[in-house]
Design a protein around this ligand. Structure first.
Ligand SMILES: [Zn+2]
Length: 164
């Protein structure tokens, strides 16, 4: 299988697992795309929902989750092919989990914040990480059996530019 499709299947598997465990919509649109760099001469691809392949940040909006994949992650696609439940919780997001897993679980926390807590608001002043974010992460941690502080650390995110 093409490595990108293989990764997409793994990401979809994690989403299906979490949706079932957390009581969330399973029928979201999952966009998994390879990040491209125009300055390296790579073509920009329209991924839908206003996302282009130059955008390197994962994102959530109701019914849609987008996960960008950097080229090196495709080369490492054989790593961490562990089906959930995942029992590695050492809090080191770079070492414990591949980036795609941190990304999809993070975006599922937003889905939980939206669908279960009714507190999704990307304009909350911190790109959706202010109102209801900590509650969502803590409740998801409890439901997947992870210590809250460790899980919160795993779910931390890079600062996304305000134009996102
Ligand atoms: Zn986020």
């Amino acid at each position: 299988m093409d490595p990108l499709q293989e990764l997409k299947a793994r990401i979809a598997r994690d989403h299906a697992y979490l949706a079932q465990k957390l009581g969330l919509r399973a029928d979201i649109e999952l966009i998994v795309y390879k990040v491209t760099y125009a300055d390296l001469g790579e073509p920009t691809v329209d991924c839908g929902h206003g996302i282009t392949s130059e955008w390197p940040y994962a994102g959530y909006k109701p019914g849609v989750i987008a996960i960008p994949i950097e080229g090196h992650a495709l080369e490492e696609a054989s790593l961490a092919n562990t089906a959930p439940p995942v029992h590695v919780w050492d809090g080191d997001r770079r070492g414990a989990w591949p980036e795609w897993r941190c990304d999809i679980w993070h975006e599922v926390c937003h889905q939980y914040q939206d669908e279960r807590l009714g507190k999704w608001n990307k304009q909350d002043g911190n790109n959706g990480h202010r109102v209801g974010w900590r509650d969502a992460v803590h409740e998801v941690a409890d439901k997947v059996g992870c210590d809250r502080a460790t899980f919160y650390d795993l779910m931390r995110t890079e600062e996304v530019p305000p134009s996102a």
